[in-house]
Design a binder for this molecule. Structure first.
Ligand code: PEP
Ligand code: MN
Length: 348
């Protein structure tokens, strides 16, 4: 349920109501919006409690929410969530680009690419150190050493970093070196991992499972939020359909639908969503037009020799640069800002 408070309610009164809810054995979650404060009530769908709260001073109405996810829903949190990572804002009107290779390959490679991402105007360096490969004999990623190279490249070029976490055993070491955990499509419903990420305060980029419905995806986000980590971003990366020309089908419907259902930022991944380099630029622009809060794009200066098969979907640096130039014009048309001011300062 959610309790909508009256416009002029005081903080003390909100606290009293929260106390009452907790005394009744439910959890209360206060969300202060620009317009109103709403109190989400989780864990007890008791009609008597609903009636009681509805009659309390300062409460305008109590609405029953039938969705299985609560904290992820816009009902509970009417305003957009803006995740602030070291001053870089993601969500609402703040648009970001995350760029980099599929996998971290060497210190030189990640340093060179970080320089290219920064020069083009990106804010976040992507790169996998632990790679979830379909076959066990394929390159599985550099591992911990790769995290250190990423951290160095990020610091040197003034970029945030994002890397995939496959196992909770790496939670501490990744959080120590990298700014954002990426949960890959293959782990999108690894509930033990999601629960562990909820115990951390490090932001999470939660990819959509390749066969997850919106409801399943938002419930996956709920696992992280319910643990106390409010810094969750969603990532549409394409779903499996009957079409085989493209690697996946980038579901652009997801962007406005998820923005309607949820307050969490949504990032689009046209690289995995299409699997084809020539489609990455048009689908990046289409994602912006659909309202995405950012993009995550694979880019590699020598994609033919990249260590994962994802070279075929990686942009060349000049294509990446040109795309970001165009985004400088396109993003403002969508009422968002894609600005150098939303960046880390380059380390000297
Ligand atoms: C990746 O980002 O390189 C990756 C493996 O993504 P996904 O989990 O979407 O396949
Ligand atoms: Mn990849």
């Amino acid at each position: 349920m959610i309790a909508v408070t009256s416009h002029n309610i005081s903080d003390e009164r909100i606290e009293e109501i929260v106390e009452h809810i907790e005394q009744e054995g439910a959890r209360a979650h206060v969300s202060k919006g620009t317009d109103r404060t709403v109190i989400g009530i989780i864990g007890k769908a008791d009609p008597k409690l609903q009636e009681q709260i509805a009659q309390m001073k300062g409460i305008e109405e109590v609405i029953k929410i039938s969705k299985s996810y609560k904290l992820a829903s816009r009902d509970f949190h009417p305003d957009d969530t803006i995740v602030d990572i070291k001053g870089v804002k993601i969500g609402g009107e703040h648009f970001v680009v995350m760029g980099g290779p599929c996998a971290v390959e060497s210190p030189e490679q990640i340093d060179e690419i970080a320089g290219l991402v920064k020069a083009a105007g990106g804010q976040v360096l992507r790169g996998g150190a632990f790679k979830p490969r379909t076959g066990p004999y394929s390159f599985q990623g550099i591992g911990i050493e790769g995290l250190k190279w990423m951290q160095e490249a990020g610091r040197k070029h003034g970029l945030l970093t994002v890397t995939e976490i496959m196992s909770a055993e790496h939670l501490d070491v990744i959080a120590e070196h990298v700014d954002i955990f990426q949960v890959g499509t293959r782990n999108a419903q690894n509930f033990d991992l999601l629960r562990e990420l909820g115990q951390s305060q490090t932001p999470v980029l939660l990819k959509r499972g390749f066969s997850s419905t919106y409801d399943e995806w938002l419930n996956a986000a709920e696992y992280v939020l319910a643990g106390g980590n409010a810094n969750v971003m969603l990532c549409e990366r394409g779903i499996r359909t009957f079409e085989s020309y493209t690697r996946n089908t980038l579901d652009l419907n997801a962007i406005p639908v998820l923005q309607h259902l949820s307050h969490l930022p949504i990032i689009s991944d046209p690289s995995h969503g299409t699997g084809r380099r020539e489609l990455v630029v048009p689908m990046s622009k289409a994602s912006v037009a659909a309202g995405a809060n950012g993009l995550i794009i694979e880019m590699h200066p020598d994609p033919d020799n990249s260590m994962t098969g994802d070279g075929v979907q990686s942009l060349y640096p000049d294509q990446f640069e040109e795309l970001l130039d165009d985004l400088g014009k396109l993003v403002p048309l969508m009422g968002k800002k894609f600005e150098a001011s939303n960046s880390l300062v380059t380390a000297k």
